[in-house]
Ligand binder design. Structure first.
Ligand code: SAH
Length: 361
């Protein structure tokens, strides 16, 4: 890996400052930003509106790092998963989910994840490192380029590998880069940040000028059970989390989404549903039920459709808006909680073997 700074990780003001330091006028910053983020170029040579000397000088001072596609898998339902290699050889996954009814890119914020939620395969990997802002925004560029969607409308969900609020600065900078009118100009209303609720970071998010939609991975209605399913609950408990949500500045006509993974006979009973109704009282929220995507090594079962529907009906009978997430891309292991890079050396051999056996290799 080269030691040159990655210009794809700079926001527009930072590119402008860098140019001024090199003795160039600041207005070239916009051109460079457009080339990188709107047109998706991966080096300085195609930047035809800059002089040759300037391009050479920039190439000596900076890199433009772009995640490299090493495998593309397409599900029978059209969901497409990209395995990407970063400049240091680490791997992450990003997913395109068509027609939900919108087109959605699901992107990662970390290599692995430190949260260790009991039902999530990414959590089993542990954390390797944070992604940079350039690597987070870069996934969108690569998906848009690979799927011929650079000029298309799409939504972004930060629901791939990693916990976005555990990599706060890079995630927020990536959102600013994606939002910039000289780049892809993606409105924060089309971006959803999903979090287990890292409270200090959630409080900070409440003050951000560029504010994405918020999804909270709730998954449980009691402190004891959530301590087990979502271990960060031992530090930032359910009650505090919901109090923070109650105070969160939700925009007019918008709501916080509460994600609730359904685990058979564990958190899917009518009592759970009624407790959930009570907990959400006074919060501008809606519930998205996620019937568990099962996987080897995950010690829970997916409930029957009947149990899911019974739970959903109790919520809606009590005036809570509820939807059930259709799991997409399960045949290519692209569904929620299934993202993991199998070849990671950080995994013990037994786990790698279990994964290979599960895939029928
Ligand atoms: N770290 C963030 C975003 C990543 S996961 C978060 O936890 O919110 C996106 C969603 O998928 C989360 O709600 C997560 O709990 C859920 N998920 C994880 N494993 C799952 C599984 N096996 N089946 C269904 N949903 C799962």
């Amino acid at each position: 890996m080269t030691a040159r700074p990655d210009l794809a990780s700079f926001d527009l003001p930072e590119i402008e400052q860098a140019l001024v330091r090199l003795g160039h006028p600041r207005f070239h910053g916009r051109q460079i930003f457009q080339w990188i983020h709107k047109r998706g170029v991966t080096n300085f040579a195609p930047m035809s509106d800059l002089s040759r000397e300037m391009r050479e000088q920039l190439a000596e001072a900076f890199d433009i790092r772009t995640p490299e596609v090493i495998r593309t898998e397409r599900s029978s339902d059209g969901t497409t998963k990209l395995l990407l290699r970063l400049a240091d050889g680490k791997q992450i996954e990003s997913v395109f989910i068509p027609d939900t009814p919108s087109q959605t890119f699901c992107i990662s914020t970390q290599v692995g994840c430190a949260m260790k939620c009991a039902f999530c395969l990414t959590g089993k990997m542990g954390i390797d490192r944070d992604l940079t802002a350039g690597e987070i925004a870069g996934q969108v560029r690569v998906l848009a380029r690979e799927l011929h969607m650079l000029d298309a409308r799409f939504n972004i969900v930060l629901m791939g590998m990693g916990e976005p609020l555990h990599n706060y600065d890079a995630t927020m900078k990536a959102l600013r880069i994606l939002n910039d009118e000289h780049g892809l100009a993606i409105s924060p209303r089309r971006i959803t940040l999903s979090t287990v609720g890292v409270l200090p970071a959630l409080e900070r998010l409440a003050t951000e000028p560029v504010m994405p939609n918020l999804a909270i991975s709730l998954h449980s209605t009691t402190e004891e059970q959530r301590d087990m399913l979502v271990p960060i609950n031992r530090k930032y408990g359910l009650k505090e989390l919901l109090d923070t949500c109650r105070r969160f500045p939700v925009k007019r006509r918008e709501r916080i989404t509460f994600e609730y993974v359904m685990l058979n006979e564990l958190n899917d009973t009518p009592e759970d549903a009624r407790r959930l109704v009570r907990l959400l009282h006074g919060i501008r929220g809606k519930v998205n039920l996620l019937p568990l995507n099962e996987a080897a090594g995950i010690p829970f079962d997916r409930p029957s459709d009947e149990r899911v529907n019974r739970f959903a009906r109790i919520l809606s009978d009590h005036g809570v808006t509820v939807s059930v997430r259709k799991s997409r891309g399960r045949d290519i292991r692209a569904a929620c909680g299934q993202l993991i890079t199998e070849t990671q050396k950080t995994q013990p051999p037994g786990r790698r073997l279990a994964m290979l056996m599960e895939q029928g290799v």
